[in-house]
Write a protein that binds this ligand. Structure first.
Ligand SMILES: [Zn+2]
Length: 372
């Protein structure tokens, strides 16, 4: 089976674009968008993010009386993503087996391109459409975080970056903070004069003993995941580094848990005369939509009109949707059919690519009646 959509997808995955090396792929996309008559708006975020490319917004004019809509996908991939060779078996696209397929998220981009082709061909009445292409999603949503959201006219959008068959809509995603804790004690010979030392490990152990970790509530979890330090059995441990995280569907609860962890380390270090270097970073910010949020209803209605069963999902991880939603957009991450992402078994059925185009076109066509 061959189609323009499938051909486009196959072409896209053969252009390497691992995170931090997205440049050539974005150049290719700019040519494709130009050929489709879109107006391009590239920012200069690369200087700040150190990624391989800037963010790109591609605009298709539309009836200004209809509310604008944005579609977004990320252009970077995880490794191993170099030299991808797509193969089709029984209507499903796989990689040859040594790389990922990069359906995450080039399926999203192929779908966008096909949607624009069809809008140009069919002359369906539609509002302004903005396509947002971000680099560096896989390494901490870096492109989206650097995007000037005020450059986007549309408030509502679809993030084409969720697995599973067409019909899934992510309604919530957690906040997550990462923590790196360096504890500094004092080295001393462990046999000759241990009393002159301050064990960083003892500080770590006692702090962790007094810390709430694991499942804190049904919404909140916390973990210390790695520990490293020490130079030998005969040396009181001078430094230890711990890496941990906290996540919660409730952003304030997440902030509170992080503060608790930091405070517990501080109190314990003080007790033993050690010192600390703590780095904490918000990786993603939580969001939650109710099932009766107007845009959720709109998207669910489009799915139902095309007979795709609607599935409301709650994600344990983040996507660019977290960033759009943090900065005032209403962004729904929707399923576009890929499976087993970030593995060499990644795949996507051709039928899911087609279904995604049908679904997105339906969302666009029905924007005429959408009122937020
Ligand atoms: Zn993705």
């Amino acid at each position: 089976m061959s189609s323009r959509l499938a051909d486009t997808f196959m072409e896209l995955v053969q252009i390497d674009s691992e995170s931090y090396a997205e440049g050539p792929f974005l150049e290719d996309l700019k040519q494709r968008f130009n050929a489709l008559g879109l107006e391009l708006d590239e920012d200069d975020s690369k200087a700040q993010t150190r990624l391989g490319s800037n963010n790109l917004i591609a605009r298709l004019d539309g009836d200004p009386s209809i509310e604008p809509l944005f579609l977004s996908a990320h252009i970077d991939t995880v490794a191993p993503g170099k030299g991808i060779v797509p193969v089709v078996r029984d209507g499903v696209i796989y990689s040859q087996g040594e790389t990922i397929l990069a359906a995450d998220d080039k399926a999203g981009i192929a779908i966008m391109l096909e949607v624009i082709e069809r809008l140009n061909e069919t002359r369906v009445r539609h509002g302004p459409i903005e396509l947002v292409l971000t680099p560096g999603e896989e390494v901490g949503l870096l492109g989206a975080k650097a995007l000037d959201m005020s450059a986007l006219k549309a408030k509502h959008g679809l993030i084409l970056d969720n697995g599973g068959s067409v019909g899934g809509i992510i309604l919530s995603s957690p906040s997550m903070f990462s923590l790196q804790i360096e504890i500094h004690g004092k080295a001393a010979h462990a046999g000759l004069e241990p009393e002159k030392g301050i064990s960083a490990l003892v500080i770590a152990a006692e702090a962790i003993h007094h810390m709430k970790l694991g499942r804190i509530t049904d919404q909140t979890t916390a973990n210390i995941g790695t520990i490293s330090g020490g130079t030998g059995s005969n040396v009181v441990m001078e430094h230890v580094t711990l890496v941990g995280e906290a996540r919660s569907l409730d952003h304030d609860a997440c902030v509170e848990q992080v503060a608790h962890m930091v405070e517990t380390f501080e109190q314990t270090a003080q007790k033993y005369g050690g010192t600390l270097d703590i780095k904490q970073k918000q990786m993603i910010r939580s969001y939650r939509f109710e099932e009766d949020e107007p845009f959720v209803l709109h998207v669910a209605d489009a799915l139902q009109r095309e007979s795709f069963p609607v599935r409301f999902e709650h994600s344990g991880g983040g996507s660019d949707a977290n960033v759009f939603n943090e900065f005032g957009k209403v962004a729904l991450n929707v399923s576009i059919g890929y499976e087993a992402i970030h593995t060499i078994d990644e795949s996507i059925p051709l039928s899911e690519l087609e279904d995604s185009v049908t679904f997105v076109l339906r969302v666009i066509e029905t924007m005429q009646t959408f009122q937020s």
